[in-house]
Design a protein around this ligand. Sequence first.
Ligand code: NAD
Length: 253
Amino acid sequence: MKISGQAAVVSGGGSGMGAATARFLAANGAKVAVLDLNPAGAEAVAREIRGVAAVCDVADAASAEAAMAVATAAHGPARIAVNCAGVATAGRITGRDGPLPLDAFRRVIEVNLIGTFNILRLAADAMSRLEPLDDDERGVIINTASIAAFEGQVGQAAYASSKGGVAALILPAARELARYGIRVMAIAPGLVATPMLLGLSQEIQDSLATQVPFPHRLGVPDEYARLVGHIVDNVLLNGTVIRLDGAMRMQAK
Ligand SMILES: NC(=O)c1ccc[n+]([C@@H]2O[C@H](COP(=O)([O-])OP(=O)(O)OC[C@H]3O[C@@H](n4cnc5c(N)ncnc54)[C@H](O)[C@@H]3O)[C@@H](O)[C@H]2O)c1
């Protein structure tokens, strides 16, 4: 699908890879709605790209429905939906303070997995009602897993479970939505220099960067955005998870 002229929604568009994706899509002619829990981030990015901001918690049905309605009112139903909203709260299953609080585990699953599904279900329903384009395509939904889905580290029980869920969602969703000409994909980034990662100490960042075989550095958000652009463009990409990691394989710790 050509990006130019399409309506797009980007969850987590107020920061990091979501913001880079919103900028990339807008620069290539899309009308972009920036959905984020953080109003300041969403509004700043939307202003910069002349898009629309919609504040929402992706984990909440009514909040996401309201945000998607704002996006549709501004630009029409989206043919491109990108799920970038996420949290990376770490925590050991058991530690000095006892077992991981169940609500801590639950919140990560709610944002990363249920939040992804929430936007996916709303975007897919709206796309299914649109007229088909070339190749009978109606839309594309691109989600964000993580290499932690496959190599979760100590302290990532919740995060890795949530991202494993996203990875496992892709094929059944692509199979089900194929009859509408809607593609479903995921990107599994390795280490990307975003506020999520830049919050770690410089020492940890440097140590992480040395573990990336090539290129021997952290990824940058634009590399993620450019892969989103290729996935939108290439109709044969469907039902799979693409690693974007410079051959990084995370160790246990
Ligand atoms: N940075 C990395 O190295 C890395 C690696 C693998 C996967 N990821 C994944 O990539 C995605 C983007 O992460 P990023 O690194 O750009 O992080 P980021 O923190 O820069 O951006 C995440 C955005 O999601 C928003 N958000 C959080 N909870 C939300 C909610 N409930 N509802 C709506 N918005 C919410 C935040 O406000 C923020 O703007 C996440 O899903 C993350 O898990 C990141």
